[in-house]
Design a protein around this ligand. Structure first.
Ligand code: PSU
Ligand code: MN
Length: 305
């Protein structure tokens, strides 16, 4: 085992017995849900992974180690501590060295899940190509990390603040398969469709697991992305989101926000503009992805037997 990884007992046992495990980024506790109440959310998301048939492994950085499968008190610590530094892939060394807490992104969670031998990660939405990337070069490290870690990432597409068309082009360039599970369109987090189709589609778990497993058996060392949209009943109005994103982008420019601060700034601003409904939608997205990720982990484990 990777020397920096500290496995929770339940996760350790599940991995040892070849049972399915799903990795979750710290966002499920610290950056997605409204405070207070975020601990309840995190527990609900873990429960959804269990309903899907797998063991949840919440990932974070603490005291110079990677926590993989937090205990109740560790989850609580991440829930109550304000402003835990966002730790993407490039930040891991410095955050480990600091000895403090780090909130993992998709990119860093992929790296850590892979190091721990967990082949499935669940998240709400991938980071991707930002809308002003042609000028700013702002492209999330989540995308590049998908080529460096071998994990199946289950999500509701990419965050709606992004340029989804260019994000899909970039994923194609990187050789990352994007497979819609029972859906034609690539979702946009709060909305069921981004207006772009998924490049691939699978309608059964066994077919989905076969596509991922054979991607790896074929020699690919990177990740595969599985998309499934938010339930239509929980989805937000696309036009309203679009207006909120445009306003958030203008404000971010006026405020001179750049670098790692851009994504949290935009998400916060869009969520403020859409009121409580976006919190409910975020919860629905995280729970839906977690449940499906549990099923995907089970289907992948079945192929190893
Ligand atoms: N959700 C939030 N705030 C965040 C993120 C998600 O409410 O900051 C994180 C996710 O973990 C995602 C990351 O992996 O943002 C992408 O950020 P960037 O565009 O800086 O790579
Ligand atoms: Mn960025």
């Amino acid at each position: 085992m990777h020397q920096l990884v500290r496995l929770g007992n339940e996760v350790e046992q599940a991995l040892r017995e070849g049972r399915p495990v799903v990795a979750l980024e710290t966002t499920v506790i610290n950056h997605g849900p409204p405070y207070p109440g975020n601990l309840e959310w995190a527990l609900d998301i873990c429960r959804a992974v269990r309903e899907g048939g797998a063991t949840p492994a919440v990932i974070g950085v603490a005291q110079g180690h990677f926590l993989v499968g937090m205990t109740g008190s560790e989850l609580d610590r991440f829930a109550v501590t304000k402003d835990i530094p966002k730790a993407s892939a490039r930040d891991l060394g410095p955050v480990l060295a600091s000895g403090g807490l780090g909130a993992t992104t998709v990119a860093s969670s992929l790296l850590i899940a892979d190091a721990a031998g967990i082949p499935v990660l669940s998240t709400g939405g991938l980071g991707g190509v930002h809308r002003n990337a042609p000028v700013t070069f702002d492209i999330s490290a989540d995308l590049l990390q998908l080529t460096r870690s071998q994990v199946a990432v289950v999500c509701a597409g990419a965050k709606s603040i992004l340029d989804i068309g260019r994000t899909l082009e970039y994923l194609e360039t990187l050789g990352v398969p994007v497979i819609g599970y029972r859906c034609k369109d690539f979702p946009a987090y709060y909305s069921t469709s981004s207006g772009f189709p998924n490049p691939q589609r699978a309608d059964e778990l066994t077919a989905l697991a076969a596509a991922i497993d054979l991607h790896w058996r074929a020699g690919a060392t990177g990740s595969a992305v599985v998309t499934a949209p938010i339930d239509a009943a929980d989805a937000l109005d696309g036009a309203r989101i679009e207006r909120a994103v445009h306003r958030a982008l203008r404000e971010a420019e006026q405020d001179g926000v750049h670098g790692a601060a851009v994504t949290p700034y935009l998400l916060k601003s869009v969520s403020a503009a859409t009121g409580g409904r976006s919190a409910a939608a975020t919860r629905a997205v995280l729970i839906g992805s977690a449940r499906l990720a549990g099923q995907v982990a089970g289907a992948l484990a079945d192929r190893q037997e």
